[in-house]
Design a protein around this ligand. Sequence first.
Ligand SMILES: [Zn+2]
Length: 372
Amino acid sequence: MKKTKQDEPASDVDQAADEARKQEFFGKTGRIKLEYPFEEKPEPGEVIEVAPGILWVAMPLPIKGLDWINLWLIEEEDGWALVDTAMNMDETRSYWETVFENHLKGKPITKVIGTHLHPDHIGLAGWITRKYDCDLWMTRSEYIMCRMLIGDTGKPAPPEGVDFFAKSGWTSEMLDHYRNRFGFFGKMVWAMPESFRRLQDNDRLEIGGREWRVIVGTGHSPEHACLYCEERNVLISGDQLLPRISSNVSVYPTEPEADPLSDWLDSCAKLMEEVPKDVLVLPAHNKPFKGAHPRLKGLIDGHQRQLERLWQRLKEPASAVDVFGTLFFRKIGQGDYFTATGEAVAHLNYLYARGRISRELKDGVWIYEAIT
Ligand SMILES: [Zn+2]
């Protein structure tokens, strides 16, 4: 689940403002040019071999502005390891049946590896592991957090959640929207396996006779696993490194004082050290690309510019909702409030933790102000 999207088409005026903000965001260096070795993505139910023994599967997503997710099959002698699974929908299960029937050379899935807990990645892990009687491999924090969020399904919205969004500046109408939507997570995820195999940072897995190293990143999710194969010079990056959209980095009501943006920036810097410049990145969204280092540098610089712009904006006191226009290119519609608020608070908490802004509760809303 990624960056905020627009709910409704922008007007011409919005689009002009959008362009101006984009130029400001990307600065003088302009957009970074990445190399995309594959022109087309596979059709649903089809595969494309991106490296010897590594197949690319793409599945549709019902998320505006995030049309599809990439999943990866790695051939082993006795079957296939699968990295990520797509969201739990009738449509995606039926596409998987087609892939299993037509493209696995009659071999089974031997293991399912989940990069992280988000439903577009883990949604069908339970379905596939039960179908093939194989294990789910994940980091512990991701597995536990996933089970916890599924456990919230069907429960009423907690007062802590309502409090968090009220303090961010939500109207009572928006809070009702949150209450009505709460507990949606579990509906997009097939019943998870009741046990799992733990992945940890720097673990070395043997898949298909080759070594794949686990590189953990944080900030987008608690303990996101990327997989790097030196021999193939391939990085399966999940949502930790995407070519076009910047991954959502959010504060959630369960930990309102969290500073995930620090974690995220550290993880981008770490990933730059862990993989070579010419690595082929297999991301969860958009197409495989080369140019990991400039992309990671661009992400770090982009957030730093956002933080600077935010600090300038806060010379005039404002709430989290008030700064949407400073942080996001696009107009934020009702359906985007949750992620936009999480991301705005992530940037605010980063500045607050460093003593660059102050905050004060006014009429139940946090009002932030730059310390000059
Ligand atoms: Zn994600």
